[in-house]
Design a protein around this ligand. Structure first.
Ligand code: PLP
Length: 381
């Protein structure tokens, strides 16, 4: 077996049906803004995808705006809320992805908005009573809370958060980059003002995603230029990427139930085997609780061994896992997520194992064998 890729929260391999769709679109070179035949052909392709995505989400097609990925989509939601919608306060957590955390810090430093961070317990849970108490008073607010955390997998109670936001007239942005295509998300069931998606988390290509913006929110252009994406996001559309995103999202949605079942079985086996092999092992956040975490993510806290470079040792054995999120891999400071939980200690080494539908039981067997070998050489202190 070649490399065993268990870092699917960082990115996922391209789905062959998505690759086919990209190849098909490579010959459709039209610019969707052109009014002649080739332009109109490309425009139709883009609008068909917009419709397809909006249908899956229970949204209007005018509420979907294509972006260069999850980071841009999150930036757009946050910056536009403050600049255009009168938001003066953002309520969030310290464990959001940097695509959310950094734009907020940037605006706070410039004095454009204030931020309040919700208290997290050691498992990464938020307290809805605290959220409600904060919402009772204060200026126009955006609540920005992710659907599921990319490092520890925790699922957040978005329906209850949304209800509170509506009760106190706050806007609600949820970074759904890790959850889209893995769990059902429908704006008819839960009110969201902004949602985000990135194709490369669901076996699509990198550099394409979308932001859902609830109709009626009067946001101004985020990228200035032409009138693409209904004036919100200028720039000639990434037609190949958009069609690939549409295909990836459609496949992920149609096959969600079977993929979830398969991946859950892999995650369950890893949880059991890791506990068997490594005495004193723990799991960060809620990642080992299937009903409270995204089934694709498992964050393991390995007791420190003589070997302080576990992810490197796995890599040497052909197993790709990460020490946290992709951007914190290699750092020994502990990720901002684990520090946010107060769960980071020098006594444990974090290893995030994240799965996709392309993983098999053989991949898990390979991971377990590698773990046994590593622990035979360097047993826990
Ligand atoms: C939760 C979350 N939000 C946002 C992003 C950024 O998405 P992209 O890589 O498409 O910019 C990621 C990617 O790791 C993510 O996991």
């Amino acid at each position: 077996m070649g490399v065993i890729f268990l870092d699917n929260a960082a990115t996922t391999p391209l789905e062959p049906r998505v690759r086919e769709e990209m190849i098909r679109m490579m010959d459709n070179f039209g610019n969707p803004s052109s009014t002649h035949l080739s332009g109109r052909g490309a425009k139709v392709e883009v609008e068909v995808v917009r419709k397809r995505i909006s249908k899956i989400l229970g949204a209007e097609s005018g509420e979907i705006f294509f972006t260069s990925g999850g980071t841009e989509a999150d930036n757009m939601a946050l910056f536009c809320s403050v600049r255009d919608l009168g938001v003066k306060r953002i309520i969030t957590t310290t464990i959001e992805h940097h695509a959310v955390g950094h734009p907020i810090e940037f605006m706070v430093e410039r004095g454009e908005v204030q931020v309040q961070y919700l208290t997290l317990n050691e498992y990464g849970d938020i307290d809805l009573i605290e959220l409600e108490n904060l919402l009772k008073n204060g200026p126009k607010t955006l609540v920005s809370l992710m659907f599921s955390n990319n490092e520890i997998g925790n699922l957040y109670p978005v329906a209850q958060i949304s209800t509170l936001c509506q009760k106190y007239a706050a806007l609600f942005h949820s970074d759904t980059v890790q959850a889209m295509g893995h769990l059902p998300i429908n704006v008819k069931d839960v009110h969201y003002d902004f949602l985000t998606c990135s194709a490369h988390k669901i076996h699509g290509p990198k550099g394409i995603g979308f932001v859902y913006v609830k109709s009626g929110l009067k946001v101004k252009p985020f990228i200035q230029g032409g009138g693409q994406e209904r004036n919100l996001r200028a720039g000639t559309e990434n037609t190949i990427g958009i069609c690939a995103l549409g295909k990836a999202f459609e496949i992920a949605t149609n096959e969600m139930a079977q993929d979830q079942k398969k991946v859950e079985a892999l995650k369950t086996r890893v949880i059991q085997e890791v506990q068997r092999i490594v005495p004193g092992v723990k799991f960060f956040g809620r990642s080992a609780e299937l009903d409270k975490s995204l089934y694709t993510v498992l964050s393991i806290a390995f007791p420190k061994t003589g070997n302080d470079m576990l992810t490197f040792s796995f890599d040497m054995k052909g197993i790709s896992v990460s020490g946290g999120s992709a951007c914190t891999s290699g750092s020994n400071q502990g990720s901002h997520v684990l520090r946010g939980l107060g769960a980071w200690t020098e006594d444990y080494q974090p290893v995030r194992v994240s799965f996709s539908k392309f993983n098999t039981q053989d991949c898990v067997t390979g991971f377990i064998q590698a773990l046994e070998e590593i622990y035979a050489i360097t047993p826990a202190k």
